[in-house]
Design a protein around this ligand. Structure first.
Ligand code: GLN
Length: 484
């Protein structure tokens, strides 16, 4: 049962082959026996899950069951969940029990989905390897010595190891696509504003976006159908009709114009990864797509631009964690200053502190124009590059990451190389575009993700292109040996 996709499980529930309670129990049992090896959950919620499963079964019996009814899912621990610890991977929020649900959680609850638990992540979503989590690193199910990617590494590993049929992730600079690539699953970062950020703990508010992490594009469409939509509680969410993302999956790709940015195939890309990407592109040619080389001339500015903007926004967003209102507070503060300094000093980890310092510096008087304003200008140039490219092509493709998963500990002392693992994903966030990573093969015995980038609100086109690829290939069906 655990090897099935959401679409298959949904059909099984509908046909009465099993109940949601049975299905949920199967996954809870797997989590119980296998999570210890992987560390992909921060919190498992068996009572809530079985209660929700019972309700879902009752709803189905009364004839009201949508496609996600009774389907077990796991939520990244960045989403506020009422009555359940919401830690964001940080010691700072270890004592935080959210008094409300994020909009994404409410929507999944309303659809009858079941929550198995909350997945591990880099602290406040800052990281590319899951090693910055206060709850310890997550292991990659394909090789337990390797990282799963980050920051949504717990979600990616849980889906890859079949501990959950699907999960949510968030992507500020690559955190859905890079772990999807490292773990051999499908991940979609929607257009900025497509999914509500209400109740999703903010890292960099102008970049953060939630999306599905699934086995297949078909499942990603089912999840996005629930997640997408306007929310008046998020002023950046967009009031625009939500299409049914499942309807265009089978459109023909004949004549689809695919752009390959030459900058994505230059120095820094692992040769074996490049080969996998090239053969994936050939697969698209066989389906009738037309391939064109394009250029994104300012793409080398994406990483430096991001590492000014994201830290600036996070330094502001994280100022609310002060030891006074909620979260961690140090023992026996001498005075108010001591309370602030020690609560933040003890509650935040090294990477988070590094970002707060960089961001505070970039925003301070005298440096603001030189760094922050400059970064906003280069952000516009990067966005313009994409606009120009999309005058010539429908979809842009390339690698999701320059390498396959590296080993735990390998890059912890080298933040710059770590930051470069998002070199192909970050520009997409800066431009607010939708992007996907889909399993495209293996290099060095580890999964490789093909990245698909679309115009604003072109999620249906990406899902269509991804689904057609998955009809021709079986990379997305592979299961890591240890978790078969
Ligand atoms: N790895 C990038 C970072 O460390 C992106 C993280 C993310 O998308 N949340 O900031």
């Amino acid at each position: 049962m655990y090897n099935k996709t959401i679409a298959e499980l949904s059909a099984g529930l509908k046909a009465g082959e099993f109940s949601s309670v049975e299905l949920t129990q199967t996954y809870l049992d797997r989590i119980k026996t296998l999570n210890e090896q992987l560390n992909c959950f921060i919190t498992v919620t068996p009572e809530i899950a079985l209660e929700q499963a019972k309700e879902a079964d009752a709803q189905r019996a009364s004839g009201h069951a949508g496609l996600l009814n009774g389907i077990p899912l796991s939520q990244k621990d960045i989403f506020c969940t009422k009555g359940v610890k919401t830690s964001c991977g940080s010691k700072m929020l270890e004592p935080f029990i959210s008094p409300y649900d994020a909009t994404t959680i409410t929507k999944f609850n309303d659809s009858g989905a079941v929550m198995l638990g909350k997945t591990n992540m880099d602290e406040f979503a800052m990281g590319s390897s899951n090693e910055t989590s206060w709850y310890g690193p997550v292991k990659n199910p394909w090789n337990l010595d390797a990282v799963p990617g980050g920051s949504s590494g717990g979600s990616a590993a849980a889906v890859a190891a079949r501990l959950t049929p699907a999960a949510t992730g968030t992507d500020t600079g690559g955190s859905i696509r890079q772990p999807a690539s490292f773990c051999g699953i499908t991940g979609l970062k929607p257009t900025y504003g497509r999914v509500s950020r209400y109740g999703m703990i903010a890292f960099a508010s102008s970049l953060d976006q939630a999306g599905p992490m699934t086995r297949t594009a078909e499942d990603a469409a089912l999840m996005l159908n629930v997640m997408a939509g306007f929310d008046q509680r998020d002023s950046t969410s967009i009031d625009r009709a939500v299409p049914d993302y499942s309807t265009d999956l089978n459109d023909s790709l004949d004549g689809l114009k695919i752009g390959l940015p030459k900058e994505f195939f230059a120095e820094g890309l692992d040769d074996e990864v490049a080969k996998v990407i090239e053969s994936a592109v050939k697969e698209y040619e066989k389906m009738g797509a037309v391939i064109k080389e394009i250029s994104l001339p300012t793409s080398h500015l994406a990483v430096p631009t991001y590492y000014i903007i994201a830290p600036s926004e996070c330094s502001s967003n994280l100022s609310r964690m002060d030891g006074v209102r909620y979260g961690y507070r140090c023992d026996d503060p001498k005075d108010l200053n001591d309370l602030y300094i020690r609560s933040r000093g003890e509650g935040f980890g090294t990477e988070v502190k590094r970002r707060i310092l960089v961001g505070t510096y970039a925003l301070s008087e005298g440096f603001y124009d030189a760094y922050y304003v400059k970064a906003q200008k280069t952000r516009r140039l990067i966005s313009n590059d994409f606009n120009r490219a999309f005058e010539q092509v429908d979809v842009i493709m390339g690698p999701a990451a320059p390498s396959t998963a590296f080993n735990i500990g390998e890059l912890t002392d080298d933040p710059i190389t770590m930051y470069l693992s998002d070199i192909y994903t970050i520009a997409v966030n800066l431009a607010g575009l939708p992007g996907m990573s889909i399993p495209a093969g293996f290099a060095n015995n580890m999964p490789v993700g093909l990245q698909l980038i679309g115009k604003h609100f072109a999620e249906s086109k990406l899902l269509n292109a991804a689904h057609q690829f998955q009809k021709q290939t079986d990379w997305h069906l592979k299961t890591p040996d240890l978790f078969k």
